[in-house]
Design a protein around this ligand. Structure first.
Ligand SMILES: [Fe+2]
Ligand SMILES: [Fe+2]
Length: 269
């Protein structure tokens, strides 16, 4: 293992080409394009530069602009194209996860050209002696998430084959309620299945999620669950009438040295 590896977790970018996020119960709109640009600029200023970025889902969300109909992959394409354009400014390669707002076919065509258009977006990769796993908790038409039996079986095989490598797992949805009445209607429905699977693999010490647009760190047994703020709007702390507050955009820096993880969140003001 090398001495040190740094990566960034950037999530809930919610790019909607040609539009801005209309905040509920207010007249405000939030420019998710501009806020992601600010985040990318801030990532570029990190010393040392990250080895890679993980994009944690809800990457494009033109569906927020058209809640009255189901959008097609073609409807999503301009948003992923714009996302790709902004992320080209990152100083490192990127790995992508699906969130509840994403469209698999459009994401694959824009961001994972090596995958077939209908390939599910779960996979593993290695870096610096570490093992990293990206899960796909997206279920079309649902705001909450699920991991189907085939994906859980794949995860069991993958982790069994990498017992000696310290492992970080990424998933969009939170696997248990976090105490926010609205957000907790949109958990990972079979979170307990995921947690009992991970508990059988002691090398998995960290689980990193998005979706909740807020910064959390929760320890359960040998596992630490981290969530990362959105690059756009953040969850209202007290569950106020608007659900979300405008910004500030944030992302997470993760440093691993000799198998020990340290992390902090950066807000791009
Ligand atoms: Fe989100
Ligand atoms: Fe989400």
């Amino acid at each position: 293992m090398t001495d040190h590896i740094r990566f960034v977790h950037i999530t809930d970018t919610h790019i909607m080409a040609g539009g801005k996020w209309p905040l509920r119960n207010s007249n405000m709109e939030f420019d998710t394009d501009a806020s992601l640009c600010r985040v990318v600029e801030t990532v570029r200023s990190l010393e040392p530069a990250p080895a890679f970025a993980v994009l944690g889902g809800d990457l494009a969300s033109p569906d927020i602009l058209y809640r009255d109909r189901t959008l097609t992959p073609a409807d999503y394409a301009p948003s992923y194209a714009r996302l790709k354009e902004i992320l080209a400014g990152l100083p490192c390669r990127a790995h992508y996860l699906m969130g509840n707002h994403d469209n698999l076919e459009a994401l694959n065509r824009a961001l994972r050209p090596e995958a077939s258009a209908d390939a599910r977006c779960f996979y593993a990769f290695e870096d610096a002696g570490m093992h990293f796993v990206a899960l796909d908790s997206h279920e079309p038409g649902h705001a909450d998430g699920v991991l189907d039996m085939a994906q859980l079986a794949w995860l069991e095989r993958d982790l069994s084959a990498h017992r000696d490598a310290p492992t970080i797992v990424f998933v969009h949805h939170h696997p248990w309620p976090l105490g926010h009445a609205w957000m907790d209607t949109m958990t990972l429905r079979n979170g307990p299945d995921l947690m009992s699977l991970l508990a059988r693999h002691a090398q998995v010490r960290w689980l990193i999620g998005g979706h909740v647009h807020s910064e959390q760190m929760i320890q359960r047994g040998g596992l630490t669950f981290l969530t990362t703020p959105s690059t756009c709007i953040q969850l209202s702390k007290l569950g106020g009438p608007t659900h979300f507050d405008p910004g500030p955009p944030g992302f997470r820096v993760v440093d691993i040295e000799d198998g020990r993880l340290s992390t902090y969140v950066v807000y791009a003001r």
